[in-house]
Write a protein that binds this ligand. Sequence first.
Ligand SMILES: [Zn+2]
Length: 257
Amino acid sequence: MMLTIHAITAFDDNYIWFIQAENSTGVLIVDPGDAAPAIEAIKKLKLDPVAILITHGCHDHVDGIAELLSHYELPVYGPSNEFIPHLSHALTQGDTFTISDEFPEINVLDIPGHTRGHIGFVIEDKLFCGDTLFAAGCGRTHGGQPEVLFTSLEKIANLPEQTQIYCAHEYTAANLRFAETVEPNNSHIQQRIIDTKSLRQQAKPTIPFSLALELKTNPFLRCGEVEVVKAAEQQLGERVNSKAATFRTLRAWKDRF
Ligand SMILES: [Zn+2]
């Protein structure tokens, strides 16, 4: 099936993703943190909402649900392990569901760490990962265990390399500044900085991006690379002896960056 994905901007740097079915006006709405831009886009693009998909319970992902439901009758799919307002279908790792004949099957990944119940949606070759992985970066852990987030990122890294990733924030340029600091000699990061600047100058999203590109440029997915390990050790002032320890060091470094 050929899906069309629309990026709806909300707040300063959020994206609400619209997944439109082929030859149809039916659309799935991912993480509507604000109803106003979503409703405006529905009207402008002449779409018919079919369902809401929620990756996690942060306000900037769920605060538009109530108002959308006052305009449209929609099921709300989201994680079973955290509070989601108006949730009708609670999901967890390995769940597979179909919303209607128009849409392909959707698979659920548990990817906790940014929040404890965070899930991702895999639809054909696309992953909607909320605030778990960002272009050249990853979510904050909010005092949770970095190892939990690290395990989730490894799960994402094991998807097919051609997977197109749709995250929920436009943080790419700032993330690349950190990536460049960690790996100053990585030419893929340098190229991505150029490409990102060009897209942003045209006011275009830098998302989606392929997992293949992430594996070459995202330090948080490169915790086994010699240069990344060295940078982490220099930052910490002692040796790190596992990928998870490198990740923990990078995450703490980025929090101060
Ligand atoms: Zn969040």
